[in-house]
Design a protein around this ligand. Sequence first.
Ligand code: COA
Length: 179
Amino acid sequence: MARLPLLETPRLRIVPFDASLLTKRYVGWLNDPEVVRFSEQRHRHHDLAGCTAYFDSFEHSPHFFCAILHKGTPDEHIGNISIAVDRANRVADISIMLGEKQYWGQALGAEAWARVMEELFANQNIRKITAGTMALNHGMLTVMKRCGMEEEGRRKRQFLCDGQEVDMVMAAAFPPTLR
Ligand SMILES: CC(C)(COP(=O)(O)OP(=O)(O)OC[C@H]1O[C@@H](n2cnc3c(N)ncnc32)[C@H](O)[C@@H]1OP(=O)(O)O)[C@@H](O)C(=O)NCCC(=O)NCCS
């Protein structure tokens, strides 16, 4: 697996995902309808074997899979960040899941996201960062805005969420010097 170095923020450590983090607790996030409400993971049941296969899929790939740890004694695994890298075009697409709901609403998502963006631009030879989310995902739209990402397009009525047709918002950011 391509690996990012350990990334630190005031409240978090972002580390390469490790097999020891393949836990029932992590699988539980993916089976919690509230956590995956706006994610494509909501369509199926998840188990440890599937999560292991997802982790293994990063092996020999240019992509990064990171765990988000909340600093403490000991650190607590509260979510994950995946980064799909298109090396030829030097573009990275980020997605995030904070699985521990008690940590929502504290701007931790943006703290992790901003640190990953900084690393990709500064040290990973990435010139554009993209992300997509449902137009209903207020939390994710806020993370994008806080981190300086701008909407660059929409896929109209792309998703069905609770029976409602919802747009996909596509956002992007460039390093300040390349804007
Ligand atoms: C989306 C997510 C990363 C946001 O991270 P976060 O650290 O909670 O974000 P913030 O604390 O900056 O909150 C952003 C905004 O969303 C609001 N918010 C947070 N959790 C929310 C929830 N469950 N429902 C509605 N709004 C929520 C916050 O109040 C805040 O709004 P405000 O700025 O108007 O006060 C996180 O909630 C998460 O991982 N959710 C589940 C997975 C997911 O949806 N991933 C994205 C798939 S594309």
